[in-house]
Design a protein around this ligand. Sequence first.
Ligand code: GLY
Length: 555
Amino acid sequence: MKPACGKGSEMQATIVAAEPLAARAGLQILEQGGNAVDAAVTVGFALAVTFPEAGNIGGGGFLVGDVGRARGTDDGQPICLDFREKAPLKADRDLYVRAAEAGIEKASLLGHLAAAVPGSVAGLLDALDRWGSLPRSRVLAPAIGLASRGFPMTASRHRRLSSKGTRGQMTLFEETARIFYPDGEPVAAGEIFKQPDLARTLQRIADNGREGFYGGETADHILVEMKRGGGLIAIEDLESYRAVVREPVQFELNGVEVLTMPAPSSGGICLEQMLRILSRFPLEEFGAGSTDTIHLLAESMRRSFADRNHFLGDPDFVSIPTEKLLSEERIEAMAKSIDLKKSTPSSAITPAGATEKEETTHYSILDRHGNAVAVTTTLNGSFGSKVVVPGTGFLLNNEMDDFTARPGEPNLFGLVQGEANAVEPGKRPLSSMTPTVVIGSGGEVRGVLGTPGGPTIITNVLQVFLGLYRHNLSPEDAVSQPKVHHQSLPDHLYHEEGIAKETLMALKDRGHQLKRRGKIGDFQLISVAPGGAVRGVSDPRGGGTTATKVKIQRN
Ligand code: GLY
């Protein structure tokens, strides 16, 4: 295979993100000579301004990349950073059981108790220090400009703010209402939306680094609000928060090497399990979207999610039997247990739960040297806990709901999870975010993949991967093909519209309990062809964009 980025050649720098202003801000940084990590930091901070549903400084995320290429060198180094939120030190496993008993029904989802200690600022700054090349002030400048000068409110965000559910919850909190519902009404479509408090917070981060968020004035505002609203985040939580460098999940399959996210994400382990189970079946022969292929997808998903929901949690707190879960024997046994003509009820597999909200966001970056960065970041639900910390302009996450908040009960995503993911002080909740980089046999980047969507993140990355590397679909078709999802419990095969009626009937005949659902994910893909041609595809399901610098220079 010919390397896509050979010595002396330059790639087409590309950023694919769910929101165009943030993507362009990142592209400017690449144009100013920044690398993929510099651009990722800029896009991350810019999304906190322009995409408040999910972009954040009050949440967390994961970064996977393959970087370090400079002009004249071909091989990159895998990088992986965990900046997932952590449970406050005052949290404990029965916190939400007690809250429910006290009549507070949605404590893990709405309001101050739902917020875990934010990780995004630590993570983005750490990534910049380790692998970036530009000064902090430069990479934060676009976000500060967008917050202080403002930008037009989009019609889709205006509609979302106007919906009964969002409006009802957001206006429970005075500061949130003041920012998003001035004069009692959602900011109008087309109106210039300025966020001066957020601009000042970002400026403090630019001036003082992590201390600008986890200390000083910003920390004071967080602590005052926690006291006022009955939240648990204390100064010790803020001072002690650190992002963690992890070893990425790394495996070879179908002629490519996959770099993806380890625990506390379930994404990498599940993706590897499902791909290796499916490598034992002739999917190419069955064809993309055929009954046999969808049946096998569902059966591998349900088996992998049963393991996910039982075994996985924060590796700093629970011992994850990774070797066993990824052993040849385990994969072989999982594949062998699949009946090609009949679905296996999830109850016959192991413990394992979908109303979906796509309120996470992903962006993919490729710089001109061929360095790749994939970042998935989240507040969990749309606008997180709905609490804006007064004086700071940012929303706090509701990531505590990704724990097994109430044992035996499904969480926001319908997942029924186990003891390994119980709440413990300082622990990270199990995630499904799956930022992924695909490397070709010549050491060159072939793909940068990721999407929001709770547990559908993992199964969506799986389907785009299979579309690209096994079914030979175009990048556009790999992203837009109708997606399916199974997460063991509830025992439903979720599907988007667009799958042929006969296929659905045949799947039903095999015993699948079909459930049509709305759009799955908002994929942000960069695909690099073996000859070096770069294609960015922002999912037609969302409102994102591909920003590219059209400059290919080959010496
Ligand atoms: N909050 C969604 C996830 O991390 O999977």
